[in-house]
Design a binder for this molecule. Sequence first.
Ligand SMILES: [Zn+2]
Length: 90
Amino acid sequence: MPRLLTIIAFNNKIHSCDKTCYDATDEKCSCICSGINHGVGEVAARINIYVHYPTIVMHILRNYPDVATIKRIQTSDAKKNSKSPKRKQE
Ligand SMILES: [Zn+2]
């Protein structure tokens, strides 16, 4: 169940946009994505996070004023992390 978007508040409370949102079949949505991913499926949700990220961030900042961190899933993270060379410090 990948979390496509996660926010962590200053009190360490975590909110996520995950399968419960993008695979939802009911009409109610109270997700941090502002409902843009509600019931659209994982692939469309990943695209939405990428395309509409600035809008989603504005929604988060308006509705979660205590947000400390916003994280979004990077589709290429797994490959990058295994191959990225470490920088040499000079
Ligand atoms: Zn969502």
